[in-house]
Design a protein around this ligand. Structure first.
Ligand code: GRF
Length: 216
């Protein structure tokens, strides 16, 4: 049984999607813990509802980024993680942390990387007039939002979209994308060659959300 540790800062809807897929698809894995950096993160209540162990490492209680990341790693290591999954974890991680979990540290970013790294991705996609938006699951490297891409989900941008409608559509795609990408990790069907992730069973690493779902 492989151990997944989910790191979250907010509401935890990706956590819910991963937990549901893990149970429904009978992954040889379990979510060993949900760790937040905020004592009031919605993900904590959700984890409790799902019967998952929780922990909080409050970043405001640590004098530096290095001190916080050391405490976070101590906490994460207690759960013997095979996979460390960032699901709305709103902290920039130090090289120490990233290197410690290299190859087993995943993130989801709400854009089609390498476009729109950083924050406010949906607003920036709308301002740029993009007709396609989406989300990316990638291995985390020291280079923020730039690690090897495991899979992407693309959604249409509709003329009447605002940030709220677009982010809802992308989030619905994230809930399909993250479980798929994590399942591949657990199954051991990914290979990284020169920074490019190959799905060795030939399954598509792109989810295209149909336009008819566009007003979701
Ligand atoms: C998602 O949009 C994810 O892409 C981004 O943060 C958000 C987390 O949402 N990194 P949730 O907490 O999983 O609902």
């Amino acid at each position: 049984m492989q151990n997944i540790v989910v790191l979250a800062s907010g509401r935890g809807s990706n956590l819910r999607a991963i937990s549901a897929a893990c149970a429904a698809e009978r992954w040889p894995a379990r979510i060993a813990a949900v760790v937040t950096n905020r004592p009031l993160a919605g993900a904590l209540a959700l984890a409790a509802e799902l019967g998952i162990t929780t922990a909080t490492v409050d970043h405001t209680a640590h004098a530096s980024r290095d001190a916080f990341d050391a405490a976070l790693a101590d906490c994460v290591d207690r759960f013997n993680p095979d996979w460390v999954v960032l699901a709305g974890f709103m902290r920039i991680l130090t090289p120490f942390f990233v290197n410690r979990y290299e190859g087993r540290l995943l993130n989801i970013h709400p854009s089609l990387l390498p476009a729109f790294t950083g924050l406010q991705t949906h607003r920036r996609a709308l301002e740029a007039g993009c007709k396609l938006a989406g989300a990316t699951v990638h291995f985390v490297t020291e280079d923020l939002d730039h690690g090897p891409i495991i899979a992407q989900a693309a959604v249409p941008v509709m003329p009447q979209d605002d940030e709220a409608t677009l982010s809802r559509r992308v989030l619905a795609a994230e809930h399909l994308l993250y479980p798929l990408a994590l399942r591949w990790c657990i199954e051991g069907v990914l290979k990284v060659h020169r920074g490019v992730v190959v799905q060795t069973t030939g399954q598509s690493q792109l989810i295209m959300m149909p336009p008819q779902g566009a007003d979701a």
